[in-house]
Design a binder for this molecule. Structure first.
Ligand code: CP
Ligand code: NVA
Length: 327
């Protein structure tokens, strides 16, 4: 990240929720990425323990490997206590409302990280809770993955504004996260989905206008080859997201021709990278040759979840957190 912008030290995020990427401003996104980069470079003194004495509740209503482990490790590395809770063992499973659960948890913990289905569930929790609520993935958005992906792009290309990026596949929560990223930092996002699997039209329209105002643009297409032409990064996500298992066969049929293969990558820029939020399904949305090939940065993306979540939590929870201790 040789050309990382010089930014004020402290994102002003204290006490806020992070339910979607657009909950923070363009400047704040870049600040978070910058802070995460500094943490990753160990130019940040971990002895500060910004979460010392704090507890973060982690509630996962869907499976997770990266998000669950990276958040738990992030809290621990910041000096706090990660408290993993299963909705099955909370009174939620016996019909206590989510709002009441949020009110009660707010009396014990300093933040709540939730992976769930509908975005409205996160909003309901955030309305009731008096502590910050973080979206660890919903059916609609995956903002923590977007933060890690922006750090990964910045590490490879320095400046992300105006960067041409192709997203190929399902108009999933990850496609929505990329639309928000394009809107905030002004990416040149080309998003290719089969007909009927495009992202939410209103979100795409908003992202397109916002991206233009930041010097970027959003192009929707049904042609993967057109989408990847000359781009610096090609991104894909699973064809069958969590909760869509009943539609798996129809989805696999609809997405034929949308696999990211070496031939498709040939159309991208010579230095183009391949990105995937993981978990991946080799032979479905991506061929093994691409996922395991030299252009793939998927393991860096996974690692960057930890660094961006540390930056996010420190910024949400520590009023006097500053980078003055950065070396
Ligand atoms: N990318 C991601 O969110 O992975 P998990 O589902 O394993 O958390
Ligand atoms: N779209 C995928 C992302 C997994 C990280 C899902 O929701 O299952």
């Amino acid at each position: 990240m040789a050309t990382a912008p010089v930014l004020p030290a402290k994102p002003h995020l204290v006490g806020r929720d992070f339910l979607r990427l657009a909950d923070v401003t363009a400047r704040e996104v870049l600040q978070l990425v910058h802070l995460a980069h500094q943490m990753k470079q160990r130019r940040w003194a971990s002895r500060l323990d910004p979460l010392a004495g704090m507890t973060v509740a982690l509630i996962f209503e869907k499976p997770s490997t990266r998000t669950r482990v990276s958040f738990a490790v992030a809290v621990q590395q910041l000096g706090g206590l990660p408290l993993e809770l299963s909705s099955q063992t909370l009174q939620l499973s016996r019909s206590e409302t989510l709002a009441d659960t949020g009110r009660v948890l707010s009396r014990y913990v300093d933040a709540i990280v939730l992976r769930t289905g509908a975005q409205a569930v996160l909003e309901e929790l955030a309305d009731a809770a008096s502590v910050p609520v973080v979206n660890a993935l919903s059916d609609q958005y995956h903002p923590c993955q977007a933060l890690a992906d922006l750090l990964t792009l910045a590490e490879h290309f320095g400046e992300v504004a105006g960067l041409p990026v192709a997203y190929v596949g399902d108009g999933s929560n990850m496609a929505a996260a990329w639309l928000e990223a394009a809107a905030l930092v002004g990416l040149d996002l080309r998003l290719a989905t089969p007909a009927g699997y495009a992202p939410d039209a209103a979100l795409a329209e908003w992202a397109s206008a916002a991206a233009r105002s930041q010097g970027g643009r959003v192009t929707l297409t049904t042609d993967p080859t057109a989408a990847v032409a000359g781009v610096r990064a090609v991104y894909t996500d699973v064809w069958v997201s969590m909760g869509q298992e009943a539609d798996a066969a129809a989805r696999r049929a609809a997405f034929e021709g949308f696999q990211v293969t070496p031939a498709l990558m040939e159309g991208a820029a010579p230095d183009a990278i391949f990105m995937h939020c993981l978990p991946a399904h080799r032979g479905e949305e991506v061929s093994a040759a691409v996922l395991d090939g030299p252009r793939s940065v998927v393991w860096d993306q996974a690692e960057n979840r930890l660094h961006t979540e540390k930056a996010l939590l420190a910024s949400l929870l520590t009023p006097d957190f500053s980078l003055l201790e950065c070396r």
